[in-house]
Each structure stands twice: as C-alpha cells, then as structure tokens.
Design a protein around this ligand. Structure first.
Ligand SMILES: C[S@@+](CC[C@H](N)C(=O)[O-])C[C@H]1O[C@@H](n2cnc3c(N)ncnc32)[C@H](O)[C@@H]1O
Length: 280
C-alpha cells in the first residue's frame, strides 16, 4: 500500500489528533480488556501496528515495564515520535514494506487492517510471533451501521452518508465489513484459542462514537461526495444528526479477535508423514 492510499493521509495535525483521541476514548477500554486476557506481563515484547495517537503504545509500555519493549510502527509518526518512554521504539514505515527485527509475544492492531488493500500482511505477522504469542486485531464493520431514530430528513442523509462510506472503501479495493470476516481469517491462519467479540453501541448524538464519525465525515467530506452517493448537504445533516442528543443510531461495530500461535514442536511435515505411515 502506498502512503497516499491511506484515506486520512492529508489531514491537519490538530483535527486528526482530536479524531484519533476520540477513537482511543471509544476503543481503549475494550482493547485493554482483550489484551489483559492474553496474560500480558512485565518483560513482554509487543508490536503495535498503526499506533495513531499512541494511547495503546503508552499503555502497553507501562504494562510490560522496563524489562519489556513496545515497537510502534506507523506510516506517519507525527503524534508518537516525541515521547520519553525508554522501552518504546517508534518506526515510521509502511507495515507492508518494513523488515522488523526480533519476534514478539503480542502483536496488536486496531482500525488499521481495513485501510490495507489485502490481508497478506497477516502471514508476515505470524512469522513475527513467538510460539504461543498472541495476535489481537480489532477492526470496524460498517455493515452494522443503521439509523434508529431521528427526523425523516436525518434518516435519508444518514443512509446516504453510510452508502458513501461503504462505496469509498469499495472504490479503494477495501472491505468496509472487514471486522466480521476477522474470525474466519484468523482461523485460516491456524491460530488457536480464538476469541471473538463484537462491540456494537446503540449511540445518541453527541456521544463519543457519534463525535468520532462526525469528525471523520468532516475530514473525508470530499471523498464521500466523490462517490456520488452523498452530497455536501447530506454530510451537513449527518453532522447535525451526530450532535443531536435525541437522535439514535449504530454508527459502526468494532470486531475484536484474538488468537494464539501454535507451539512449534519442531516436527516438520515430512516427519509427520513418516510418523503417520502404517507399520509394514
Ligand atoms: C484509524 S487510525 C487507528 C489508530 C490506532 N490504531 C487506534 O486505533 O487508535 C489508523 C492508523 O494506521 C496507520 N496506518 C495506515 N496504513 C498503514 C500502513 N500501511 N502501515 C503502517 N501504518 C499504517 C495510520 O497512519 C493511522 O495512524
């Protein structure tokens, strides 16, 4: 993936930081819970992909302590490069291109895979995991979006903006419903102990998730309009809907999936074949 393909590439520092901080407020509690369930402890080596504004990077750094380490990779490290954490290494790179040294006890990415053209990166990540290491991935599912209550005008615009969001991803060759496919994708990677959660909030206007989607709509207005599915007026009404405390909707779901890499017993396929051959 080239940098220009990331939809939020040309955003201004302050507005993108605000948007990412709202995303962190919405998602961090569930991410902490999921990662704690892996048994993360001091001394662990962690990889945070697409670290954004860095709250998960900082939380993991605190959790693994000075005997552990967090490697944080992002296309653009403007929000995380100036930190005073001795156990954090920040790498500015495309995760598809970079060669990372070492292996990890935990690899985490949230709202990142949906921005990549395919999931080929997962095979690479599997090689970077230690045996029994954990992969924790949390991705949006925009097929869960629905208007619940508000004015007929709001309903029309919310539905049009939703279509524009889906079309924008589709036009880029990306899957707007990637979240719901994650369990099957991780299963195909032969990860073990797969655990799945689907976080879907029924949210009123002015809630954090509504603010998140409003900030995204403001930043991506041109891209939504370019799909031909929504107009500037629709986006303005969508933003009013997202501020209206009496209007309710499901803005998106986040599907969190975690799985553990199989222990490498050092038995290769040829050996397995020999072992399974009937005695003559
Ligand atoms: C929607 S933000 C999510 C940020 C953070 N993971 C969170 O959930 O708070 C996506 C992040 O992934 C980064 N990103 C997108 N494509 C990437 C790639 N190919 N390689 C590395 N980082 C990427 C973006 O720069 C951005 O910081």
């Amino acid at each position: 993936m080239t940098e220009s393909a990331y939809i939020f590439t040309n955003t201004q520092f302050k507005s993108e930081l605000s948007r990412l901080q709202v995303l962190e407020k919405v998602c961090d509690p569930a991410s902490h819970r999921r990662i704690l369930a892996t048994g993360i402890t001091s001394g662990w080596q962690c990889l945070e992909i697409g670290a954004g504004a860095g709250s998960m990077m900082r939380w993991m750094a605190e959790t693994v302590g000075t005997t552990g380490k967090v490697t944080a990779v992002d296309l653009n490290t403007r929000f995380i490069k100036d930190n005073d954490l001795s156990n954090v290494e920040v790498i500015e790179a495309d995760i598809n291109q970079v060669t990372l040294p070492g292996v990890f006890d935990l690899i985490h990415m949230r709202h990142v895979l949906i921005h990549l053209k395919d999931q080929a990166i997962l095979t690479k990540l599997l090689k970077l995991l230690k045996p029994q290491g954990w992969l924790v991935i949390e991705e949006p599912d925009f097929s869960a979006t629905r208007f619940i209550s508000g004015t007929p005008l709001q309903q029309q615009s919310v539905e049009k903006v939703h279509q524009a969001i889906c079309q924008m991803f589709t036009n880029q060759g990306k899957d707007y419903a990637l979240g719901i496919k994650l369990p099957s994708i991780l299963q195909q990677l032969e990860l073990q102990q797969i655990q799945v959660e689907n976080d879907v909030s029924i949210a009123a206007g002015n809630s954090d998730i509504a603010r998140l989607m409003k900030l995204s709509a403001q930043q991506l207005a041109e891209k939504y309009i370019a799909t031909g599915k929504a107009t500037l007026t629709d986006i303005q009404i969508y933003c009013q809907f997202a501020e209206d405390r009496t209007a309710w909707g499901i803005y998106l779901a986040t599907v969190g999936v975690m799985g553990q890499k199989l222990v490498d017993l050092g038995i290769n396929k040829a050996t397995i074949h020999k072992l399974s051959k009937p005695h003559s």
